[in-house]
Design a protein around this ligand. Sequence first.
Ligand code: NAD
Length: 393
Amino acid sequence: MTDNEKQPPLRVAMVGYAFMGAAHSQAWRTAPRMFDLPLAPEMTALVGRDEHRVTNAAQRLGWASVETDWRRVVERDDIDLIDICTPGDTHAEIAIAALEAGKHVLCEKPLANSVAEAEQMAATASRAREHGVRSMVGFTYRRVPAIALGKRLVEQGRIGEVRHVRAQYLQDWIADPEAPLSWRLDKEKAGSGALGDIGAHALDLAQYLTSDTVVDVAGSLRTFVTERPVARDHSGLSGTASSERGPVTVDDAASFLAHFAGGAMGVFEATRFATGRKNALRLEVNGSRGSLAFDFEDMNVLEFYDGADSSDTAGFRRILATEPDHPYVAAWWPPGHGLGYEHGFSHQVVDLVRAIADGTDPAPSFADGLQVQRVLEAVEISSAARGWQTVPA
Ligand SMILES: NC(=O)c1ccc[n+]([C@@H]2O[C@H](COP(=O)([O-])OP(=O)(O)OC[C@H]3O[C@@H](n4cnc5c(N)ncnc54)[C@H](O)[C@@H]3O)[C@@H](O)[C@H]2O)c1
């Protein structure tokens, strides 16, 4: 028996079991084995719509029971937390019902498909919080050690006053015009395209790193391929095509200029057409005293330029963020034995479980998710109007 098994249980139900469902399952399984947690997560119920498929998934991913309607886990007394790993069109309804039933909620990003939905979710979360019910949005990349280290350096004043933020999220999985339609290319299901799917991550990370918020945007959205084969089946980012064709109703690529409240300028880009770039979530922050740079394709590394270094040896240094005093790393492997994509999800579970046990609010909150949604909507309005748009406070 590990120490965690002696702790009070945190009984989890998860909705959706494909890409994020698998990532979250491994996190619920692994976090309590590698970190000392004040509560012992139990993988109590998995929800899917097809009984046969959800039963197979539960066996594979390690869930104790299954339900075919998410409303059942909202009603069940043996569930403390609902983890939402479904497309954006379902987030608001499930999260609001779960919070109103007194369940803690972890909801995948983007929080919702519209500002109106996100406002309702944030208001419900704020009421639930008064009863000790916690909520968090799955902006997982905050939990990459190199990113968390970068935040620490900014907070310590190591780069001084932030002047420039350059943030890109570059993928290429639909660069082929014959890549099939999936829910991510359907506005009804996804809310928006590259903007909300991956631009939201770049935006959240930029605001997190700088502890600042975007207040004005000038955006541009483009759909390069307007019709594609309908998917026969799909999961995560891949699928197989049928002979039927259907419309793409979201942006393929988005870019926007931004002003931060603190005076910094931002340049953001999100695309799934950057051929050769697979998951290049990149940030560069230039401050008055130094700079930071990060690329998820080399995720264990943070680049840091310290303007205080003497000019003969000054330059970007490549910090391998695998030392025990780097955020989250002490629980894992010896220095240099790098972490991967899945570790951010384990760290997300660690932070959430500790916040629930401590009675504090985990971050990012639903209010943070709403603020991201407001920026995304302002980018869409600005693109349509071809001008700057103020982000509502
Ligand atoms: N944090 C991250 O880095 C990250 C990465 C990828 C996706 N996401 C987000 O995670 C969410 C899910 O994305 P995904 O890539 O896992 O999608 P996916 O297509 O791989 O899986 C979606 C799952 O939801 C299920 N589902 C859909 N509607 C449902 C309903 N009404 N009831 C029950 N199950 C339902 C599907 O059957 C499937 O199991 C999205 O909000 C997405 O933006 C976050």
